[in-house]
Structure formats: structure tokens, C-alpha cells
Write a protein that binds this ligand. Structure first.
Ligand SMILES: Cc1ncc(COP(=O)(O)O)c(C=O)c1O
Length: 400
């Protein structure tokens, strides 16, 4: 017979929002469900043959080093590749020493939370904001201050007022194809934000998970080029351009930050999976990654445009939505009186999964918002799913 031991879980873990998402995503595994709820890349671009070739190469050429303990900073050739990518993409000059390889941006967020946040410290975040960041930072019990996101980026006046009033330990943002809204900050907005960040001496954490997933040729500057180097920490990930299952990303920042991050990383897992790092590096140098990214962008652009066209044709006019120029998500705003949780339930009855907006807000709000993913569904699923969702929205708005 089992007795109930009174486990004394930490306040840290008890104050971390339990992801309702996990519950929501569980149903999406059912084969009869059309899911716009998750955030998975298309399986068409997970290059199993290419990764197999790279793995074969590493295991036959790199010897035991591929299976041995390794340095916490990460595999030097991979860090050199990342540094070179910053130069090519933004003309930004960084050194491999400025880069720490992590097990994906999610781990980088956890590390940054650990090294910067004491309980009660102010942290500025977008509203809606990335739920994974809210979850990672929540473990360290900050006080969140959310700034409303508009079509061109965070509301400038609110951002400025919030930074001056709260003096946050950092401000976290996703300037390119934000998750969940799909919004890309305009150049003007970036410049104004950079001015405010510099004037208030605030550290900006730029999460660029979707920076290479672009549907236009228009280039936007990284905050790494707009701010003094001590004002920024840049996050990148291989999840959307190569494979999320390899669990690799990075932090690029000034030495003082990297040093603390290395200490946090060592305490947690010593170093990122060296086999995975070496395979990824081989994959990057043996393949034409730019063509691969172009193919991803072309497919996602088509899927996004199809979804938007169907929404234009079928959705009630009271429902508004963003028109992303990259990334993987569209954000819907429901009219007053409609609940995203209600739409979620009704859509599920029709075997369509969506993500209601609440977990993207730090204050429990957001029941007017819905996130839709377009990267992981083919044209047929998008047509069927959006048609069914349109039916639910018409019923819901008619009833409201
Ligand atoms: C904005 C953002 N940051 C970080 C992550 C986590 O990515 P990774 O797979 O690199 O851990 C995601 C994943 O979807 C994301 O959308």
C-alpha cells in the first residue's frame, strides 16, 4: 500500500505556470485532428538523409572526441560558423568567444533567467509574449511587466514609461515574426526602442528564433547592430532551420554574460551534446543551407498565404488577424464577448485544434486571442481546418 509522502516542492517550481498547452497539445496527437495548435516545423524539411550522412561522417572521422565529454562553451567550429553567420546576415562582428552553444533557445532562456532574475525583479516582456519564455523566467519568480504589441512592435510610449518606472533586469523581445503574433518590428520601431533601451541602460534579450524564416526580401536590422554591445544578448536556434530534435541553439553576448551563462550551464548539464553539435556542424558545411532555408521559406509562404486567403473569404468580418511576413504563426483577435477557450472547445468537437491566447499573457488575460500555426499543415488540412474553424466562429459570433 502506498502512503502519501508530503513532498516539499520548491516555491520556484510551484510558481511556474503548468503549461495548459501540454493538455491542449495532447489531443493533437490524435490522427483525426487537424492541428493548428502546435509550433512544429514541416516534416518535409527535416532532412533525415542529409543528417544521416553527416552523422556517418562524424562517427567515422572524428573518433572518440564525438562521444567524449567536451567544453562547456560548445564546439569551436560550430561557434565559428555562428559568428560568420552574424557577419553575413547583419554585418555584425562577433567572436566565437562571444558565443555559448546551448540545448536550444529554451535552455538559453532558462540560463538567462537563472543568471539575471532574483525573486521579485522586474522583467519586461511583450503582450502577447512567448509562453516558453514566460514559463522559463517564472521559475525565478520575477515581476512581469507586459507591454502591448502593435502591428509594428511594442507600443513605444508604454515601453518607454515601463522601462523608466520599473528599471527591469532585462527586456525580452522577439523582433522577427514574433511568437505568438507573427508581428515583425518595423525599422523605425526598432530604432526608437534602441534609443529608449540605451537611454535607460536596459539590457535587451533579442530572441531571433524565426529570423531566417522570412517571406520577403526586406531586411531588418538586429538589435546587435542598433545598440552598444553591452546592451544586448542575442539568442539563436537551429530548430526552425535544421531540426528541433537536435536541440541546439546559442547565446551571443558580451564576455561578462557568457561567463555567468557558462557557470549556469555547467551546473545544469556540463555542455551541450557534442555528438549533436558535431553532426550539425558537418551538416551545415556539407549542405547548401541557404537553399534549404529558401525552400522552407517558399513552402511556409505558400501555406501562410493560403490560410490568410481562406480566412479573408470565410471568417466573420469581426475577427481580425495579423498578416505575418515570416515565422510560423498568425494571431487572431476575437470581437468583444467571444471567448477563445469557447472557440477552442467547439473547434475540437469538429476535430480542429487551435491555441487559445491566455498562456501568452502574464496577467491571466488574452481570452480574446488565438494562435494558429501554418507551418505544420499541408494545403488540404489548411483548407479543411480553416473552413471548419470559420463555421465555429460564425456560430460563436452569431450566438454572442
Ligand atoms: C520565440 C521562441 N523562442 C524560443 C523557442 C525555443 O526554441 P528551441 O527549439 O531552440 O529551444 C521557440 C520555440 O518555438 C520560440 O518560438
Amino acid at each position: 500500500m502506498s502512503s502519501c509522502l508530503p513532498y516539499r516542492f520548491s516555491r520556484r517550481i510551484l510558481s511556474t505556470p503548468r503549461s495548459m498547452i501540454r493538455e491542449i497539445l495532447k489531443v493533437t496527437e490524435r490522427p483525426d485532428i487537424i492541428s493548428f495548435a502546435g509550433g512544429l516545423p514541416s516534416p518535409a524539411f527535416l532532412d533525415t538523409a542529409g543528417v544521416a550522412r553527416a552523422a556517418e561522417h562524424v562517427l567515422s572521422e572524428d573518433g572518440c572526441a564525438a562521444l567524449q565529454y567536451a567544453t562547456s562553451e560548445g564546439y569551436l567550429p560550430l561557434r565559428e560558423w555562428i559568428a560568420e553567420r552574424y557577419r553575413i546576415r547583419f554585418g555584425l562582428s562577433v567572436n566565437p568567444e562571444d558565443i555559448l552553444v546551448t540545448h536550444g533557445s529554451q535552455q538559453t532562456l532558462d540560463i538567462l533567467g537563472r543568471i539575471f532574475i532574483n525573486e521579485g525583479d522586474p522583467v519586461v516582456i511583450e503582450a502577447p509574449g512567448y509562453l516558453g519564455a514566460i514559463q522559463a523566467f517564472s521559475q525565478y519568480m520575477p515581476e512581469f511587466h507586459a507591454v502591448r504589441l502593435d502591428d509594428e512592435g511594442p507600443d513605444i510610449a508604454e515601453f518607454s514609461e515601463t522601462l523608466k518606472r520599473t528599471r527591469p533586469v532585462f527586456s525580452y523581445c522577439i523582433p522577427n515574426s514574433q511568437n505568438p503574433s507573427g508581428v515583425t518590428y518595423s525599422t523605425g520601431c526598432r530604432q526608437e526602442l534602441a534609443g529608449i533601451l540605451e537611454d535607460t541602460g536596459t539590457l535587451l534579450i533579442e530572441d531571433d528564433a524565426y529570423g531566417e524564416i522570412r517571406f520577403t526580401s526586406e531586411k531588418q536590422p538586429s538589435f546587435g547592430t542598433l545598440l552598444p554591445w553591452e546592451n544586448v544578448a542575442l539568442l539563436g536556434s537551429f530548430s526552425k532551420i535544421v531540426a528541433p530534435g537536435m536541440r541546439l541553439g546559442w547565446l551571443c553576448a558580451r564576455k561578462e554574460i557568457i561567463d555567468q551563462a557558462i557557470t549556469a550551464k555547467q551546473a545544469s548539464d556540463l555542455h551541450s551534446n557534442i555528438l549533436s553539435q558535431r553532426i550539425l556542424y558537418r551538416y551545415l558545411v556539407e549542405n547548401d543551407i541557404d537553399s534549404h532555408i529558401s525552400r522552407i521559406n517558399s513552402a511556409y509562404r505558400t501555406q501562410c498565404n493560403l490560410m490568410l486567403r481562406l480566412m479573408d473569404d470565410l471568417f466573420p468580418e469581426e475577427v481580425s488577424y495579423t498578416r505575418p511576413d515570416g515565422g510560423m504563426f498568425i494571431w487572431l483577435t476575437l470581437p468583444e464577448g467571444c471567448s477563445a477557450m469557447e472557440v477552442w472547445k467547439r473547434a475540437l468537437e469538429k476535430n480542429v485544434a487551435i491555441l487559445p491566447g491566455t498562456p501568452f499573457y502574464t496577467d491571466g488575460g488574452g481570452d480574446h486571442g488565438i494562435r494558429l500555426n501554418f507551418s505544420n499543415s499541408d494545403a488540404e488540412k489548411i483548407e479543411t481546418g480553416i473552413t471548419r474553424l470559420a463555421g465555429v466562429l460564425h456560430e460563436d459570433i452569431g450566438a454572442g
